[in-house]
Design a protein around this ligand. Structure first.
Ligand code: SF4
Ligand code: MG
Length: 334
């Protein structure tokens, strides 16, 4: 079966006064029908620009310079703005970090959901209202027929995010893109929202692309993880395998710096240094200046994304001749 979304060698560059910024620099990945994947990385790694590219929302001075974004085998980079708008309202939906800015403060949340339903299903106002109340229920808000008449500012952050999810799912999309959907919420609410998305995904059979800087939130929710660094994919594979044994030193660093829910650490590890800028992009491996495993070769030559086992990819010289366990490698260091 063909993937729902197949991104191939995507290049999205920004043309700034200081030069060209290759925010997304040859990224490939796919999402199967009903699959949930996450793109993880620090801010500036290109994960959001990747999602904006898929949605056709890259604005000036950004531009898709190369590659293909195949959605059900049609190349989205070739569609007009109008065609993309239709696709966004019907087949691809999005939720963002701060729902207050995406909801219209002047209309009730019920009206905003029912508008999408009316547009999408061409049903009467009355039916749309019924369906809206059902939808509000489905996203776990009690008293749905009362909440229908609430304005966004009358609801809590967690409730607003639930409403955004209701709006995003009202058109029954094939793909839901969620860019840091829980970052603005406190930890308990975060967990509830992620659980909700997980439940709805099973019920509605929607594929989900989750964009996050927080490796902690993906563990329970996704099938596959893509880790991005400096505009490139550095590791990609099954979520359990990745958590069990991260293969890229950057992924390991991210993981060591992520607090575990049931574990209290005195001090969390943090990856030294910062994400390189295009003006000081290392010539060899882009992670070289921050890498604790770096070898001579890494400085000179950029590694390719290698398949280290079936369906599992890593961009790192350490695994050139077969996969290496970083923990063992790490302990050998003085
Ligand atoms: Fe570190 Fe070298 Fe691997 Fe880059 S290629 S992540 S510098 S070990
Ligand atoms: Mg972002």
């Amino acid at each position: 079966e063909k993937p729902l979304l197949d991104v191939r060698n995507l290049k999205t560059y920004f043309h700034t006064e200081n030069g060209v910024v290759p925010s997304v620099d040859g990224v490939s990945f796919h999402i199967n029908k009903g699959e949930v994947i996450a793109i993880v990385g620090e801010s500036g790694c290109g994960k959001s620009v990747t999602s904006y590219s898929v949605m056709g929302l890259v604005g000036q001075p950004g531009k898709i310079e190369g590659g293909e974004i195949l959605f059900e085998e049609k190349d989205l980079t070739k569609l007009s703005n109008g065609q993309m708008r239709t696709l966004r309202g019907n087949e691809i939906s999005m939720i963002f970090q701060e729902p207050l800015t995406s909801l219209n403060p002047l209309f009730t949340v019920g009206f905003q959901i029912s508008e999408v339903i009316m547009l999408h299903e061409k049903v009467s106002k009355k039916i749309a209202k019924q369906k809206t109340v059902e939808m509000i229920n489905k996203v776990g808000i009690p008293n749905a027929s009362k909440i229908y008449y609430s304005f966004p500012h009358q609801l809590s952050g967690g409730m607003r995010q639930r409403i955004m999810i209701a709006i995003a799912l009202a058109c029954n999309p094939k793909l839901l893109i969620a860019d840091e959907p829980t970052t603005a919420l406190d930890v308990t609410i975060q967990a509830q929202i992620l659980q909700l998305m997980k439940d709805l995904r099973q019920e509605l059979d929607t594929s989900i692309l989750l964009i996050t800087h927080d490796l902690g939130v993906v563990a329970e929710m996704v099938d596959r993880v893509i880790v991005m660094y400096a505009g490139q994919v550095v590791e990609e594979g099954n979520v359990f395998k990745l958590f069990e044994n991260p293969k890229h030193p950057y992924t390991k660093g991210l993981m060591d710096s992520t607090p575990k829910i049931h574990e209290r650490k005195e001090e969390l590890y943090s990856i030294k240094g910062t994400v390189p800028t295009p003006m000081n992009m290392p010539t060899g491996c882009r992670f070289y200046p921050r890498c604790e495993f770096a070898m001579e070769k890494c400085k000179e030559k950029a590694p390719e994304l290698l398949e280290v086992k079936q369906g599992y990819h890593v961009r790192c010289w350490l695994h050139e001749e077969g996969e290496v366990n970083l923990d063992e490698e790490f302990n050998r260091k003085p």
